[in-house]
Ligand binder design. Structure first.
Ligand code: HMG
Ligand code: MG
Length: 293
């Protein structure tokens, strides 16, 4: 069995750090991830720099990556302005993002769920025409930091709308890390009625330590795309208190032990995570990185 890992630390990870790293350090980190074997890396976001200053250098980061072949470098794009900056940076993969709950969406991107789709309409057709691959994120699929429980039907509805727009892949986000395995099984089953497993990714934050168990349930449910983050970095400034994404090292260790192939070298992944740990100047949460034996 083989799975695809989408490495999100340079975006989801670094957006949540107090300090903004120099773009050359970010680019070096991404190059170490490429050396480790990653083929899908989320490298930045073209969002309002007043809101997420850590991502302000995304264009420069992408500039440093030109010439690297056969790797999908993804960047978050919320609106036409972001799309214009992304295309100027010659990004060929973009991720649009919305949520299953209204309040989170409003706080995160300053519009309603409907409003986010109105914005997508302004650039998604152009992206498709130009053969730019599009990933669609649905946040707060298992719980919202402001509204609490989220109805799976709301997730289904937003997912259907993204599919109607023609996105290539959908990532189901547990933004605040509340999901448990049977919820994952049930939601996956519902979603697989409207889409194929090759388009469906799971994105777990690990606030309550259930992320790896949820991924095993995703695998058992027939899925093979999982988002993870070097060192367990991550979080969203609009989901205060949520932990980082499931750590890439912990995930690789588990998958290797299960005989699941990823194409990523665990030792080289550790080297990339240790590099970014040193640059950030604090210990990362990954259990594998901390393990001694
Ligand atoms: P807005 O706040 O509605 O702003 O933007 P506006 O349209 O009223 O414009 C305000 C200012 O922002 C203007 O500048 C615009 O030009 C500028 P001013 O005239 O005041 O100088 N602006 C931009 N600048 C650069 N790039 C842009 C852009 N758009 C407007 N694209 C917007 C809406 C979405 C941009 C804003 O609310 C924003 O940046 N929010 C932050 C969103 C974000 O990055 N959140 C974190 C990522 S999502 C996440 O982490 C979840 C995920 O990991 C999955 C999961 O875990 O669930 C993906
Ligand atoms: Mg996230």
């Amino acid at each position: 069995m083989r799975v695809k890992i989408v490495e999100v630390a340079p975006r989801d990870g670094l957006q949540n750090e107090k300090e903004s790293l120099d773009f050359k350090d970010k680019a070096h980190f991404i190059k170490l991830l490429v050396e480790a074997g990653h083929k899908d890396i989320e490298v930045g976001a073209f969002v309002n720099p007043e809101k997420i200053p850590q991502m302000a250098s995304s264009g420069q980061v992408i500039g440093e990556l030109q010439g690297i072949k056969r790797v999908n470098f993804w960047a978050l794009v919320p609106n036409l302005k972001g799309y214009e900056s992304a295309t100027k940076s010659r990004v060929s993969q973009i991720a649009i993002f919305t949520a299953a709950s209204e309040t989170f969406n409003q706080k995160n991107i300053n519009t309603s769920i409907n409003g986010s789709f109105e914005r997508f309409k302004e650039f998604v057709p152009h992206a498709k025409k130009n053969k730019i691959k599009i990933r669609g994120y649905v946040s707060t699929c298992f719980g919202c930091p402001y509204e609490g429980k989220v109805n799976p039907k709301a997730v289904l509805k937003v997912t259907e709308r993204l599919l109607d727009m023609g996105v290539h892949e959908i990532s189901i986000g547990d933004t605040i890390g509340v999901a448990t395995p049977y919820q994952v099984r049930d939601l996956t089953k519902m979603l697989l009625k409207i889409m194929g497993p090759k388009k469906l990714a799971l994105h777990f934050h690990d606030t309550r330590g259930t992320a790896l168990a949820n991924i095993v349930m995703g695998l058992e449910s027939g899925l093979s795309i999982f988002d993870s983050s070097s060192g367990g970095l991550g979080g969203c400034p609009y989901a205060p208190g949520a932990a980082g994404n499931v750590s890439t090292e912990d995930l690789l260790y588990m998958l290797q032990g299960m005989g699941v192939r990823t194409g990523i070298d665990l030792n080289k992944q550790v080297a990339a995570s240790l590099f970014i740990q040193e640059k950030l100047g604090h210990e990362l949460s990954s259990r594998y990185l901390k393990s001694k034996y």
